[in-house]
Design a protein around this ligand. Structure first.
Ligand SMILES: C[S@@+](CC[C@H](N)C(=O)[O-])C[C@H]1O[C@@H](n2cnc3c(N)ncnc32)[C@H](O)[C@@H]1O
Length: 268
């Protein structure tokens, strides 16, 4: 079994994505999409960025490793009547089902960063992008004090050690690592640029309930709780996460938490 696929099919990321829609739409508005541009959303989930991109008129393909999220994305596209949007299964480390130089824009927001073999991921993203096209990635930043980097840090410190050769997804949030991966894929360094941006996680429920959603539906946090249960550390992990969410919440009657990420653009 592919452990990467199993991790994301284990939970149900749609439950978290519901609170990410506004930031997804805002990010897509910044991408300057026009009609008929061909867009690949890699690690698309159920379409937080793919749906608004299609609503702006682009021809969008969402590719994700998790079959449940592909099905959820296709259900959203159908419910919204978006005939210019479809989702299919695929692995960002090996996009063999996609031809070279097909897309004007390859976007991957907290998606391809979770695929193994980051050098292969960069190579594949470059390969499927048209000359003159763009790649835009949103990646969480290691040791950043805001929400998601801290959830992943707390979750990984409670999880069993990763297998030999495992490269942390968080390395995609380090500019030098990103430059090394894309220059090896043939992109000159001056064509890679970086900005810090913010995603907001917004839910109508209080922080403790949002922690429960992560515990029940977010693969990395589910694994952390499973590991914690074997040494009776579950209550400690729950308390640690609740403190984090409470401290970062900016809403009085629900949950609204900003999280900083690295947004990078590669001009092909
Ligand atoms: C944090 S979620 C983000 C989903 C979506 N981009 C969003 O913003 O809502 C990470 C996504 O990456 C997908 N993913 C993880 N590893 C992948 C891989 N190797 N290839 C393609 N997708 C992958 C997961 O299934 C999941 O949908």
């Amino acid at each position: 079994m592919n452990a990467n696929k199993a991790l994301w099919e284990k939970g149900d990321f749609t439950r978290l994505a519901e609170g990410m829609r506004e930031s997804g739409e805002e990010l897509v508005r910044k991408l300057g999409l026009t009609d008929r541009l061909r867009v690949l959303d890699l690690g698309s989930g159920d379409g937080t960025t793919a749906v608004p991109a299609a609503q702006l008129g682009a021809e969008v393909l969402g590719v994700d490793i998790a079959s449940n999220l592909v099905a959820a994305g296709n259900a959203r596209a159908e419910a919204l009547g978006l005939t210019n949007l479809r989702f299919q299964e695929g692995d960002a480390s090996d996009l063999h089902e996609l031809d070279d130089e097909q897309f004007d824009l390859v976007v991957s927001i907290f998606g391809a960063m979770f695929a193994p073999k980051p050098f292969d991921v960069a190579k594949e993203m470059v390969r499927v992008t048209k000359p003159g096209g763009r790649i835009v990635m949103g990646n969480w930043i290691p040791n950043d004090p805001t929400l998601v980097a801290q959830i992943l840090k707390i979750s990984s410190s409670s999880s069993p050690p990763p297998p030999d050769g495992f490269v942390s997804p968080m390395t995609w949030g380090v500019e030098e690592e990103v430059i090394e991966r894309f220059t090896q894929a043939g992109v000159p360094e001056e064509r890679i640029s970086f900005e810090r941006d913010t995603y907001r996680f917004t839910y109508p429920t209080p922080p403790a309930e949002v922690v429960a959603t992560f515990r029940n539906y977010y693969g990395p946090t589910m694994n952390a709780f499973e590991a914690a249960s074997s040494n009776e550390r579950e209550a400690e992990l729950q308390a640690e996460l609740e403190t984090l969410f409470d401290e970062q919440n900016t809403s009085d009657d629900g949950t609204s938490i900003p999280a900083t990420f690295l947004r990078l653009t590669v001009e092909r």
